[in-house]
Design a protein around this ligand. Structure first.
Ligand code: SF4
Length: 86
């Protein structure tokens, strides 16, 4: 299991989650090349340790444990993984 970033992040890319993540698995970061071109941020499902630290810092409540991801956003599990070629 991993945490998943869903639709509310689109167009926001606040990045507070990036600073909160202890294993640096949320990308792209503001200083990374892809940051400007992506519509949202993504969590690497292989690197995520399920700590939950990113959830409360997101200003738009876009992050969910995979088991708690609302059904309407179920495709975001794959979208997050795909960004990392998982
Ligand atoms: Fe990073 Fe923890 Fe959030 Fe996973 S749950 S993305 S390890 S802060």
């Amino acid at each position: 299991m991993a945490y998943v970033i869903a639709e509310p992040c689109i167009g926001i890319k606040d990045s507070a989650c990036v600073d909160a993540c202890p294993v640096d698995c949320i990308h792209p970061k503001k200083d990374e090349e892809k940051f400007e071109s992506v519509e949202m941020l993504y969590i690497d499902p292989v690197e995520c340790i399920d700590c939950g630290a990113c959830v409360p810092v997101c200003p738009v409540s876009a992050i969910f444990a995979a088991d708690d991801l609302p059904e309407k956003w179920s495709d975001f599990t794959q979208k997050n993984a795909a960004f990392f070629g998982r």
